[in-house]
Design a protein around this ligand. Sequence first.
Ligand code: CTP
Ligand code: CA
Length: 225
Amino acid sequence: LARGVTEPDLVGRHVVVSAGGTREPLDPVRFLGNRSSGKQGYALARTAAARGARVTLIAANSTLPAPAGVDVVPVGTAVQLREAVLRAAPEADAVVMAAAVADFRPAAYAAGKIKKKDGQEPEPVTLVRNPDILAEISADRARPGQVVVGFAAETDDVLANGRAKLKRKGCDLLVVNEVGELKTFGSEENEAVVLGADGSETAVAHGPKEALAETVWDLVAERLN
Ligand code: CTP
Ligand code: CA
């Protein structure tokens, strides 16, 4: 069958997909966030379900409607996303990290709203590193043969950065797309190259996020079978 043609090749498989963007709270009303819409992760969840998989979608701050037949686990922060992924991973044949995970979080959370003080400049916000979920699940595979997929949005030297990142993360596949002000974030469409740890490169032409999702599942299914 040609790429991009839906077939029930994921029947009997359980896949975990993370989507959206984490929010790292500063105080009860403010957070550090990012521009991920969740659309690519939801497209992955929808297409996997259409191909017969049981799907757990770990959704970080997304307001998109839950795809039919998909088990949605809502989370807020990177630490919560990590807990949800680690809880779901032991039963998963594949884990796809499409979520935009904040690299840093505020070192401290103010239990009360941070207020301005007369005549004073604000305190700097100290940040600490968040755990690297993709690197962690790639290093400690919850089951043998589990396929782990990462996403990377890059601006310069897209492919070289992607290759280096694939190695560093230790995942099987890395979907690399080029981002800019008008590209990818919030858009219905995407364009990417999927790099494989085996040296493969699969270009996906500019098109709907569903088409990229289908190619990701084609590559995952090849590795599972
Ligand atoms: N990721 C993750 N945990 C983090 C950061 C990222 O699991 N703390 C995952 C993302 O979900 C994505 C992949 O890692 O699948 C790549 O994210 P990216 O931000 O491109 O990678 P970083 O290692 O954070 O590199 P950079 O410094 O370029 O942001
Ligand atoms: Ca990052």
